[in-house]
Ligand binder design. Structure first.
Ligand SMILES: Cc1cc2nc3c(=O)[nH]c(=O)nc-3n(C[C@H](O)[C@H](O)[C@H](O)COP(=O)(O)OP(=O)(O)OC[C@H]3O[C@@H](n4cnc5c(N)ncnc54)[C@H](O)[C@@H]3O)c2cc1C
Length: 615
């Protein structure tokens, strides 16, 4: 029975979790590396300063690539690349035409955490819609070989104490994280509340009933009082637009839908892209394929990983320390520098030392510009060490030169690996440097670059994701028939705390554009956002308010602050990256870089209630 009625509450409960597609889908993440030379950055090369010549080199690196990122959605003939390859067919069920109190889109970390907190606060008439066949979100859709988290798992995995769980490795594999999500869903009764293989296509506000009508690809028309968008930031895979890609006769797939039915052993395999996913997958691919061609347009920064297993001592200590993971995550969130955060110093995170670095004391207060210049200088020095690491490991000088990135650290998503660079010393692994414009031609046999044909049996697209497409991921129509897309296109991205947008009452965006409150650890943001939402719902419950919107003034002030924060910190993002819409994003339209002012805005709002219009 896919839909049943709970005798106690009269609510509908669901049984729609799809079966696993195949037992072949399995893998591991980072290996533990013993060779110390692979786990340390070389000394800073002498004389490394971010002088005019180096700045010009960064600029040229960026400008020659401008316009090269021509991505396309997976539509029409390419829609097949979006098929859910991880689950059996959807569980049949009747379409729903009914009411519910709260409807949440997405069953990733955010959806799971929201459910835990909502249930805890006594909100039980909650329904989730999830495109995939099971929970996990990012960790459901991404199962490529080598997948692991880059933020240490002890701080990244939500609800570790509540689950009584300790990850097996410091950087847990994606497969372990997926299983953890499934266990969370099982333990907290999430599965009863989720409609899997159900994509929300339209969300429309009805002023008369004070409800949202949510329409799905399964023919549902559900009328929810509250809608929460927990639909993720890196959900929708994209393809680079390449001439002739439809002609290729071999097997092809995107990394976010890894096809384990294709046996790669001994095959000629090509992978397009060298971003965070490819960096994790390439060393694993090299272990099985006959020949590997890596087509690179822009190199990633490859930092040290230093993977390790969780120690017996840690497991013993944490078992006696209630709140250990929360305390660790709180320490993690204090680290303001991306690289330091993601390196995750154990002594500091375990509370054995009080700070993660010696803080520099300046003789006088520095202006914002001066501080940014200091950051750019130290950023350059780290990048020099990262470039020196390439020279120290990769034997072929031409390959090494092509693997060196020239942009500020963290401008593109930083990556970490101790096996990626040595992979290029293997005789069957070849880097094809397609800078600055990338691969432009594919034919029946494989990839063609600079007149050379690279025949392939299998072509893997590691071409990434659409980033934060909140306003467009489904048709969201608010008050007076205006869509969120129209609003943001005409007025610029405008939210309060990233969570509300005026004219879209009772609609809350988790971790969307301008959604601060977090750190390099995404779980920080979704914890802050879910805490805030529970406070808001309880406030409404206590005062019998049914609808909340936001005042235009509060939204304008917050959006303006985000815009200014983006402008002030723009020099640190001077490259072409999905983070900044490949250089085209308007300030304040994507993630919110300003950091800790989110908490201030939130605290003031909670104290005064001034930004809210309750009815
Ligand atoms: C490979 C990879 C590694 C990462 N590693 C890290 C890391 O180490 N540390 C870190 O902090 N972050 C990392 N991230 C970012 C990661 O996305 C977040 O940490 C987090 O998992 C996001 O959780 P979420 O629930 O918000 O979104 P998601 O996990 O993306 O879940 C959103 C869900 O919403 C569903 N959905 C979307 N639209 C619809 C719709 N219209 N109808 C129904 N369902 C819909 C999707 O199918 C998806 O399952 C990584 C991302 C990727 C891709």
């Amino acid at each position: 029975m896919s839909i049943r009625i709970d005798a106690a509450t009269g609510q509908k409960l669901f049984n729609t979790r799809a079966a696993k597609a195949s037992d072949r889908i399995a893998g591991k993440g980072y290996s533990i590396i013993k060779d110390e030379s692979l786990k340390t950055l070389p000394e800073l090369p002498p004389g490394a300063t971010f002088n005019a010549q180096e700045q010009a080199r960064y600029r040229e690196f960026k400008e020659t690539r401008r316009g090269a990122a021509d991505y396309m959605a997976m539509e029409g003939d390419y829609a097949k690349y979006l098929n859910d390859v991880y689950s059996a067919d959807p569980v049949p069920r009747d379409a729903l035409d009914d009411k519910c109190e709260i409807l949440v889109v997405g069953a990733g970390f955010a959806g799971l955490l929201l459910w835990y907190r909502l249930r805890d606060a006594g909100f039980t008439d909650v329904r989730f819609c999830e495109k995939g066949g099971d929970v996990g979100g990012t960790w459901y859709w991404n199962r490529y070989p080598g997948i692991a988290c880059d933020v240490e798992a002890y701080s990244y995995l939500p609800l570790l104490e509540e689950m009584g769980y300790v990850p097996s490795m410091k950087f847990a594999s994606g497969f372990e994280i997926l299983e953890y999500c499934q266990n969370m869903a099982q333990k907290f009764g999430f599965y009863d509340h989720c409609l899997f293989h159900t994509t929300v296509e339209e969300t429309r506000w009805d002023e008369t009933s004070g409800r949202w009508t949510v329409i799905t690809n399964r023919g549902d028309r559900m009328r929810a009082r509250i809608v929460m968008l927990a639909n993720g930031i890196l959900t929708t895979p994209k393809l680079a637009r390449i001439n002739g890609m439809d002609k290729f006769q071999g097997e092809a797939f995107h990394t976010s839908r890894w096809n384990y039915d294709v046996d790669l052993a001994g095959k000629r395999v090509g992978i397009i892209g060298t971003g965070a996913t490819a960096v994790q997958a390439i060393p694993e691919l090299a272990r099985v394929v006959g020949e590997l061609h890596v087509f690179q347009r822009t190199p990633s920064s490859i930092d040290v990983r230093d993977q390790r297993a969780t120690t017996e001592e840690e497991i013993r200590t944490w078992a006696q320390e209630p709140g250990w993971a929360r305390a660790r995550r709180a320490r993690f969130s204090k680290i303001s520098a991306g690289r330091t955060a993601i390196q995750a110093n154990d002594d500091y995170l375990a509370g054995k030392t009080s700070d993660f670095k010696e803080r520099k004391q300046y003789e006088r207060d520095l202006s914002m510009e001066e501080l940014i210049q200091k950051q750019l200088d130290s950023n350059f020095r780290i990048m020099e060490q990262i470039r020196a690491r390439v020279d120290a490991i990769v034997k072929d000088p031409e390959t090494a030169a092509a693997l060196k990135p020239y942009y500020p650290y963290g401008c593109k998503r930083p990556t970490f690996h101790d096996e990626f660079l040595p992979t290029f010393n293997l005789p069957h692994v070849h880097l094809v440097d397609t800078a600055p414009l990338g691969v432009t031609q594919i034919n029946e046999q494989g990839v063609v670059h600079n007149g050379v044909e690279y025949p392939l049996d299998v072509l893997i697209y590691a071409t990434g994701f659409q980033w934060m497409a909140t306003s467009t991921f489904n048709m969201i129509t608010g008050r007076e028939g205006k869509t969120l897309k129209q609003k943001w296109e005409t007025e610029g991205t405008k939210t309060f705390l990233g969570l509300h947008s005026q004219g879209f009452p009772n609609l809350f965006i988790v971790a969307g554009p301008q959604g601060g409150g977090g750190s390099f650890n995404f779980t920080d943001a979704i914890e802050a956002h879910s805490d805030y939402l529970i406070w808001l719902l309880k406030t409404m419950r206590d005062s019998n308010a049914r609808i909340v919107d936001i005042t235009p003034e509060s939204e304008t002030a917050y959006a303006d602050h985000c815009r200014k924060a983006d402008i002030a910190t723009a020099p640190l993002r001077d490259c072409l990256s999905y983070y900044n819409g490949h250089g085209d994003a308007k300030p304040g339209s994507l993630a919110y870089y300003g950091g800790n002012r989110w908490h201030k805005f939130r605290a003031e709002a909670q104290a005064s209630l001034a930004p809210y219009c309750f009815s």
